[in-house]
Write a protein that binds this ligand. Structure first.
Ligand code: AMP
Length: 405
């Protein structure tokens, strides 16, 4: 099956072809015709499945089909994302797939000056890709009118709820016209997502593509048992002896990310850390340097890495296992994307055995283990009683401020 059979027009097909896509992914095959029919959609698909093109391609087509009223350009499509990075990536996709169409789009998120965003909006745009907080700020300052939105897309809706955006989403819904098309994309279908979709969607088509658990089968996974105190030494050893070039390393804390990045740099492994305390400029630069191969290692926390789309990322390393097993699946989903091979390596110390068990339960398989020569864990080290973990803020302003504004 090729893209030409999906009902897309020449300008869109041309852009798709230039991206080198020959065959639509399963989510694209199923979502594109449904969206073109004008139906609401509830789609279960995570990053890596090609979901962005799954909604962007038919969106462009719809906007092309329905000619807007003459006069000032009005916002006709709104795409909401949980993080700045995802907004930036979706924005890039919209620009790429729409490059042979006359539409304008803009990305809106916090952490950067609001005035340039206001100036762009003043000129009028067709498509807005935004995180909720800044979007509402702009509406509050009368810089943005959402009353002509024809299509609303919630991308990674589960993450938006996890990050406490439900109230903002409700406020935004109240600003939209009653009659519109709604698309909701989510990696998981929790009760909260079901409630949101029940209130938002009108007789939606339901599409679910391979869960990330099965998608992650493309990723070769390996656990290296090691003592906690030797993890830094081991990761340096692995990167150097295997000549790993582009490695995304996850740590549990922002402080841990900074510390590891500094240590790698001291050992001549170029690296940068990204997390919610870094300015948007620093994050964008780190990501660009990493993508361009100027730095070898990117050390990230879970939330900062959410939505990162790095083509052909070969290695993901869990320097520490995440507390939430689903985060492991999100993390390793950064590699092995769109059919590429990837490898995910986890450094696991005696304290993390329970976390590993929970992850294996979730992905329904045992991850092979291998001991690196010279790094055999000391059998005399006993697990430390788990420290009281600070919970990740679920609905607090903190997480929203850090990641969404
Ligand atoms: P997404 O799930 O939207 O984050 O997309 C994951 C990756 O797959 C992105 O790097 C896209 O450029 C790529 N991609 C999307 N659709 C296709 C396709 N039909 N063929 C090959 N690659 C694709």
């Amino acid at each position: 099956m090729s893209f030409t059979t999906l009902g897309l027009s020449a300008p869109v097909l041309r852009a798709v072809k230039e991206e080198g896509y020959t065959t639509p992914t399963p989510i694209q095959k199923q979502a594109i015709p449904v969206v073109l029919e004008g139906r609401d959609l509830l789609a279960g698909a995570q990053t890596g499945t090609g979901k962005t093109a799954g909604f962007t391609l038919p969106l462009l087509e719809l906007l092309r089909d329905h000619k807007p009223a003459k006069g000032k350009k009005r916002v006709r499509a709104l795409i909401l994302t949980p993080t700045r990075e995802l907004a930036a990536q979706v924005g890039e996709s919209v620009a790429t797939y729409g490059k042979y169409l006359p539409f304008t789009s803009t990305i809106i998120f916090g952490g950067v000056g609001i005035n340039p965003q206001k100036n762009i909006l003043k000129k009028g745009v067709d498509i807005v890709i935004a995180t909720p907080g800044r979007l509402l700020d702009l509406v509050g300052q009368k810089a943005l009118d959402l009353s002509h939105v024809e299509v609303l897309i919630l991308d990674e809706a589960d993450r938006m709820l996890d990050m406490g955006f439900i109230h903002d989403i409700k406020k935004i819904l109240a600003l939209l016209p009653q009659k519109r098309q709604n698309l909701l994309f989510s990696a998981t279908f929790s009760d909260d997502i079901k409630r949101l979709s029940d209130s938002l969607l009108n007789s939606p088509a339901l599409i679910e593509v391979a869960r990330r658990n099965t998608a992650s089968e493309q990723v070769e996974q390996l656990v290296y048992p090691v003592d906690k105190a030797r993890k830094r030494e081991l990761i340096t050893h692995l990167i150097k002896t295997n000549s790993w070039k582009q490695v995304l390393i996850f740590t549990r804390t922002k402080h841990g990310a900074n510390k590891l990045s500094e240590q790698l740099n001291k050992r001549n492994i170029t690296s940068a850390a990204i997390h919610g305390n870094k300015s948007q400029g620093a994050r964008t630069k780190a990501l660009a340097d990493f993508k361009a191969g100027n730095i070898r290692v990117l050390v990230a926390t879970d939330i900062a890495a959410r939505g990162l789309d790095i083509d052909q990322l070969p290695f993901v390393v869990n320097f520490e296992l995440p507390n939430v097993p689903e985060d492991y699946v999100h993390r390793i989903g950064r590699t092995g994307r769109a059919g590429n091979e990837g490898k995910a390596v986890s450094l696991v110390c005696v304290d993390e055995k329970e976390l590993l068990r929970n992850i294996e339960k979730l992905i329904k398989r045992k991850i092979p283990q291998s001991i690196v020569e010279g790094y055999k864990p000391d059998p005399n080290i006993q697990p430390e009683p788990p420290k009281k973990q600070k919970r990740r803020p679920q609905r607090g302003r903190r997480s929203r401020k850090v990641e969404g504004r």
